[in-house]
Design a protein around this ligand. Structure first.
Ligand code: HAM
Length: 451
């Protein structure tokens, strides 16, 4: 048997339905914030990620899937979304659009050669968004609050936002020098990678997974102490706007993020879920004012966020968050002879085109096992097509729950289904009915009526 590659997963059945629901909620929320969907290639030239994500990040040095194509070009499967989106922004001259800033979002697989474990995959899915073309702190606050709101709307509790600032170029340089001064005397205590990082990019020492518990790491200087006045004031504005939006956050000076492109605001979102253990960061982002220019575009400020979709789904599972997922069909059509089957062929198509979820038998089942199949599919109604009834322009339609049967004229079927097929009335949004809450169950949700 050929099995799936390590670090990948198949998503199907109920899990696929949950993924689709979450994607739909994300689409709806992104629309409210006026972000447009963007689809960029799964592979790009390797140079893009080296220049965009950074030569010294773990992602580029250890985790990319690189290959040479048949034309001898060096290609890389995208490890993250930001560099590709910025490449597209420049190549398609979006900086010339009348609508500025440009707001784009994506929801797609990324590839990182990491050690797989729960919530960490080699093919991972991220949903993310990038706001390109404004340096106003209002954008930083909005990008952070948007992440929080998506999690909130999905019903995820225990969300924690940790923010920090790396400051502008001057602040970052001052900080870099402070880090070199701090780590240099202890260089022999650090791993081989960190020895190299000290010269190339000392900031990356701070996300070393080997040395992270050492005292020298814990006593390292903090970015926040090296911000110049302008960077400090900017960070204060971000915090002020976050408070105005009602976003709770914690200033955590240890958040430096594992990618090279950030400046000013950086942030991570954690889900406080016991089962998650150390893999509790479900998303992260920050400002990257230098990347557009670095990749050949005009100097343009930008900020964005990306969330691990797989981790989000795991969090929703661990928290037992229910979703309004349809798990039934409106009508199951049964037949016995070929003439009735032909009518089923016509009617199934016609009813589906009129918006109903209709199933029929594809396996020449007996009526008895056909009814069983209708039950398995939670069919709301069943019809056994009968030639005599059809000649009389009639149908017998049975409510599969109450087992009551109605005789109706053929022409009235659509009207009958329109009137009688009602959405499930149960609240699926995992709420306590007595509690005030946001609900996404749709119009027939009990709790929505109460609110
Ligand atoms: P990142 O922190 O590398 O940032 O990834 C964002 C999120 O993707 C992580 O917080 C985590 O939830 C998820 N993730 C990362 N690696 C894995 C993995 N191997 N398996 C499962 N989930 C994973 C970025 O990718 C930046 N592009 C974010 C950004 C957008 N910054 C500005 N704009």
């Amino acid at each position: 048997m050929i099995t799936k590659p390590k670090g990948t997963k198949d998503i199907y059945g109920m899990e696929a339905k949950r993924w689709q629901y979450v994607s739909k909620v994300i689409d709806e929320v992104m629309e409210k914030y006026n972000y447009n969907f963007i689809r960029v290639p799964v592979f790009e030239s390797s140079e893009l990620f080296h220049r965009g994500v950074g030569e010294t990040s773990d992602i580029v040095t250890k985790e990319t899937y690189d290959f040479t194509d048949r034309g001898g070009r060096k290609m890389t499967l995208r490890p993250e979304g930001t560099a590709g989106v910025v490449r597209s922004y420049i190549e398609n001259k979006m900086y010339g659009d009348v609508n500025q800033p440009v707001k784009l979002y994506y929801n797609c697989p990324m590839y990182r050669y990491e050690r797989p474990q729960a919530g960490r995959y080699r093919e991972l899915t991220q949903f993310g968004y990038e706001l390109i073309g404004s340096d106003d702190p209002i954008c930083d606050a909005e990008v952070i609050s948007l992440a929080v709101n998506i999690y909130k709307i999905l019903g995820l509790k225990g969300i924690k936002v940790n923010i920090n600032s790396l400051g502008d170029a001057e602040s970052r340089n001052n900080y870099r020098e402070a880090l070199i001064k701090h780590f240099k005397p202890h260089i022999n205590k650090l791993c081989e990678d960190c020895k190299e990082r000290l010269e190339k990019n000392p900031l990356r020492i701070l996300d070393c997974k080997v040395d992270c518990d050492k005292e020298v790491m814990k006593s390292a200087p903090k970015t926040i102490d090296y911000l110049n006045e302008a960077s400090k004031q900017r960070f204060e504005k971000v915090k002020e706007y976050l408070s105005l939006m009602g976003v709770e956050y914690l200033v955590d000076p240890t958040v430096v993020r594992g990618l090279d492109y950030y400046n000013h605001t950086v942030f991570e979102v954690e889900a406080e879920i016991e089962k998650f253990g150390a893999q509790n960061v479900i998303g992260g982002g920050g400002r990257y004012n230098g990347m557009v220019e670095q990749l050949g575009g005009p100097s343009t400020p930008a900020i964005g966020f990306a969330a691990g979709f797989d981790r989000l789904m795991l969090a929703l599972d661990y928290e037992n968050v229910k979703m309004p997922i349809n798990n039934s069909v409106d009508l199951f059509l049964l037949y016995v002879n070929e003439d009735e089957k032909k009518y089923a062929v016509y009617l199934t198509n016609d009813l589906r085109m009129n918006g109903f979820i209709v199933e029929t038998d594809y396996l020449n089942r007996s009526l008895k096992s056909g009814f069983k199949q209708a039950d398995r599919l939670n069919a709301k109604f069943t019809i056994v097509l009968n030639s005599d009834d059809l000649i009389n322009n009639e149908l017998k339609i049975k409510n599969n729950k109450t087992k009551e049967e109605d005789v109706i004229s053929l022409d009235a079927l659509i009207y009958y289904l329109d009137e009688n097929v009602i959405e499930d009335d149960d609240c699926n949004c995992n709420c306590d009915d007595s509690e005030e809450h946001e609900c996404h169950c749709g119009e027939n949700c009990k709790c929505k009526k109460e609110n």
